[in-house]
Design a protein around this ligand. Structure first.
Ligand SMILES: C[S@@+](CC[C@H](N)C(=O)[O-])C[C@H]1O[C@@H](n2cnc3c(N)ncnc32)[C@H](O)[C@@H]1O
Length: 207
């Protein structure tokens, strides 16, 4: 699937250099108990994990995001791709990271939340203003934000796409900043965020 120029490989080494570069910039932005979440498929996530180790980040969990209704694999030469990995990490080995354990347990019906999350693809109403080729479900980003931040905290997404992270941040009463290369995605983000803020949730967004 062609997701856009940004998704084209420049070869394993240059891709890894890029991952090291942006992750080190994000590392500098993190607060003492703040954490970073990165989601990715097999093409990128191993490099991201290695770069985090090289930067001395503290790996906290890897989450399997299981997609209940994946498209079939038409070549029939692979298993149907039905999961993405999310790596959750702290700034460095000394990090005392924030984890809203009780809230996660409550959301999970009173049982400790496990590291496999079954969450469906974005619902049609999440694409009401248009679609982004790799749009994430708001439910996934809400869980991440609720797990690892407080109300009014800042949430930053350097690859914001259609600003699903921003929508979830506003809904959870957090403040959001995002970066995005593609003008169409920025416009889509603007519309989604404006609609979200108009519903009266407690967060704010700038980009
Ligand atoms: C995987 S998508 C993000 C999708 C987003 N999570 C959503 O739900 O819509 C990655 C985005 O990063 C953007 N991007 C790629 N390289 C970038 C860069 N160097 N700076 C800013 N944005 C970039 C792409 O245009 C693309 O929209």
């Amino acid at each position: 699937m062609d997701k856009g120029r940004w998704d084209r490989s420049r070869g394993a080494e240059l891709n890894h250099q890029f991952n090291l570069e942006w992750l080190s910039r994000c590392q500098r932005l993190l607060t003492a108990d703040g954490t970073i979440w990165v989601s990715g498929t097999q093409h990128v996530i191993h490099s991201v994990g290695f770069a985090m180790q090289q930067l001395g980040m503290k790996l906290l969990n890897d989450i399997v995001w299981e997609k209940p209704n994946p498209p079939p694999n038409l070549s029939c030469r692979y298993f149907a791709h039905s999961a993405e990995t999310l790596i959750w990490a702290g700034r460095n080995k000394q990090t005392k990271h924030l984890f809203n354990y009780r809230l996660m347990k409550e959301i999970n019906g009173g049982k400790q939340m496990k590291s496999v999350w079954r969450i469906a693809a974005p619902r049609p109403q999440e694409k009401a203003f248009g679609r982004h080729p790799t749009q994430k479900p708001v439910e996934l980003l809400e869980r991440i934000i609720l797990a690892s931040s407080r109300e009014q905290d800042w949430v930053f997404d350097p690859f914001a796409g259609s600003a699903t992270t921003g929508v979830a941040a506003v809904r959870c009463g957090r403040r959001f900043v995002g970066c995005e290369l593609d003008g169409k995605a920025v416009e889509l983000s603007r519309q989604r965020l404006q609609a979200e803020i108009a519903t009266g949730y407690g967060g704010t967004a700038v980009g």
